[in-house]
Design a binder for this molecule. Structure first.
Ligand code: HEC
Ligand code: HEC
Ligand code: HEC
Ligand code: HEC
Length: 437
């Protein structure tokens, strides 16, 4: 690690230019009171949801018992972490800002209230923001959600803000960097999809009352926005003079891992028109850009071709030099920023779900998921789509079970990233399609 990541650096990195919405700054704007401050039995510390309030009230129990965020700090004490830290020359993972930025609620010391404990890992306020000013107001009936947001509560219900928040840790950003050096030391590869990950360990119900307070919820829209924001996170790091490179090389964590890490015996290269690259070169991990093309095809078809053209330019520039790579990354980032409001206001109804599925499949037929990272995103997209087919009533209940087992079969083709075969993924996608279309 040659770049010290201290409190100062974390805040300096979080300029408007480099981070999507200044997530780190926003989360740390006010003092964090600690999970204990949320855990009274009449607040969020009930053993079971009494069902009588607007929220569940057993959020702390769910977080503690099931949610991996509650053990994120403990992970830093594990044998695996000890090894990673030793490989990097760090004294101890649980004391290293390089790890704490993502595995805890790592706000500066002056922003830690009396009951705050770093050992709580990714606690409530790591996502909901420092509660200093909203702790009392948010418990009062009649105080609108918007007022709590104005007092520093982070808008997790807004998919764009939520995506930026999750991705700050789940992809690594300029503010919370993860590098190929950390991965080389043994850290797992990161991958994320907003809709899928939102529903893995929920401590919230998007029920009628929720919709009345916070607006409509739509999993496909969340998927679509998540892809745009994730693509932008990649581009912002690529465009950053420091975070985008490592010595002679670009930052390898931004590239497709399997472009380098694979067996010399298996021949897997095939042309991909989405990159325009020849064999034998290192490719950027463009999986979110590939997915966002599907989104634009539905929401702003006139922009899809431009996105493809700029993505191919980005791949070409990545084989040339840093300056042109940064320039194209900025242009792509702008295109996405301009498009996101349209994505956010798009209804994502029945027609869209069918067209999206067709679009994701067509790209498989064209060989665009030859790279594992894109294949993984395609599978999560289809998973989001199957859920949407169910909730929109596009598939009758007798077929739901079969569709789900086709989905399991699809995921099974991704079980071992070192043995991934695009042809098996394609076959599984075709089978799933016959079930739901
Ligand atoms: C402060 C950093 C941070 C933020 C913000 C964050 N996460 Fe995490 N998340 C982690 C860490 C670290 C882990 C791994 C914990 C462990 O196992 O030690 C994790 C694990 C998870 C897992 C389990 C993944 C798996 O493969 O089982 C899910 C799901 C998840 N996060 C979803 C989300 C979502 C959704 C958001 C945004 C609402 C989010 N996270 C925001 C740091 C974060
Ligand atoms: C950019 C944010 C980020 C940084 C920096 C980071 N991690 Fe992680 N780490 C994660 C996330 C997110 C996961 C969960 C991945 C998943 O399952 O999807 C994770 C998972 C892990 C795991 C595997 C946990 C399990 O249960 O399988 C270990 C071990 C780990 N991290 C250790 C470290 C160490 C040690 C450092 C510092 C050298 C570090 N991490 C830095 C985000 C980060
Ligand atoms: C990894 C990020 C993350 C962490 C950690 C987290 N939350 Fe949440 N929380 C969310 C998301 C995402 C939502 C759903 C979107 C929304 O309504 O804001 C949510 C929603 C909520 C809601 C609102 C439900 C509703 O019906 O309006 C409450 C209450 C809540 N969380 C409490 C907690 C408490 C208490 C903790 C700590 C034990 C906690 N959260 C930890 C991300 C997180
Ligand atoms: C440009 C090629 C390239 C790309 C892209 C790349 N790596 Fe590497 N990786 C290397 C090289 C070179 C090494 C060092 C091998 C050595 O030390 O013998 C390495 C080492 C590693 C190691 C340690 C292996 C060991 O034997 O201990 C891991 C783990 C790793 N990389 C993971 C990843 C992940 C995850 C990604 C994608 C996010 C990735 N790499 C992307 C070239 C690459």
């Amino acid at each position: 690690m040659n770049r010290a990541i201290g409190w100062g650096a974390v805040l300096v990195f979080a300029t408007a230019e480099t981070s999507a919405v200044g997530v780190v700054e926003r989360i740390a704007a006010h003092a964090h009171q600690g999970v204990a401050s949320c855990a009274s039995s009449v607040c969020h510390g009930a053993a079971e949801s009494p069902g009588s309030s607007r929220v569940r009230q057993d959020e702390v129990a769910i977080w503690q018992d099931r949610d991996p965020h509650a053990r994120a700090y403990r992970t830093l004490l594990s044998e695996a972490s000890r090894r990673i830290a030793a490989n990097l020359g760090l004294r101890a993972a649980h004391e290293a800002p390089e790890c704490l930025v993502c595995h805890t609620d790592f706000v500066p010391p002056e922003k830690r209230g009396e009951r705050f404990q770093i050992s709580e890992g990714v606690g409530c306020e790591a996502c909901h923001g420092g509660a200093e000013r909203w702790l009392s107001s948010h418990a009062q009936a009649g105080v609108p959600h918007a007022e709590n947001i104005a007092l520093g509560m982070y808008p997790t219900s807004d998919p764009q803000a939520r995506a930026a928040l999750c991705l700050s840790c789940h992809m690594g950003t300029v503010d919370r960097p993860i590098t190929h050096r950390i991965m080389g030391a043994g850290h797992p590869r990161l991958s994320f999809e907003l809709d899928t990950f939102t529903w893995m360990y929920p401590h919230y119900d998007f029920d009628e009352d929720y919709r009345a307070r916070k607006g409509e919820v739509n999993g496909l829209r969340d998927w679509a926005i998540g892809q745009g924001v994730a693509a932008r996170v990649l581009l912002q790091r690529l465009a950053d003079e420091q975070a985008g490179r490592d010595g002679l090389f670009p930052e390898l964590a931004l590239f497709d891992c399997h472009a380098c890490h694979r067996s010399l015996k298996e021949r897997r290269w095939q042309p991909r028109s989405g990159t325009g690259l020849p064999p034998g070169v290192v490719r950027l991990n463009d999986s979110h850009l590939v997915m966002f093309r599907h989104v634009l095809a539905i929401v702003a078809p006139e922009r899809r071709a431009r996105l493809l053209e700029l993505t191919r330019e980005l791949h070409a520039a990545s084989q040339r030099d840093f300056a042109s790579t940064r320039a194209v990354a900025r242009r792509l980032s702008e295109l996405i920023t301009e498009s996101l409001p349209r994505v956010a206001s798009h209804p994502f109804g029945k027609d869209d779900a069918g067209r999206l599925l067709d679009s994701v499949l067509a790209e498989a037929e064209r060989g665009e998921y030859a790279d594992f990272a894109a294949a993984e995103q395609a599978a999560m997209a289809v998973s989001s789509l199957v859920a949407a087919f169910e909730s929109l009533g596009l598939i009758d209940s007798s077929r739901v079970e079969r569709a789900r087992s086709r989905l399991d079969a699809l995921y099974a083709t991704l079980d071992d990233e070192d043995r991934y075969q695009p042809a098996r993924l394609l076959a599984a996608l075709r089978e799933l399609r016959t079930e739901v279309r």
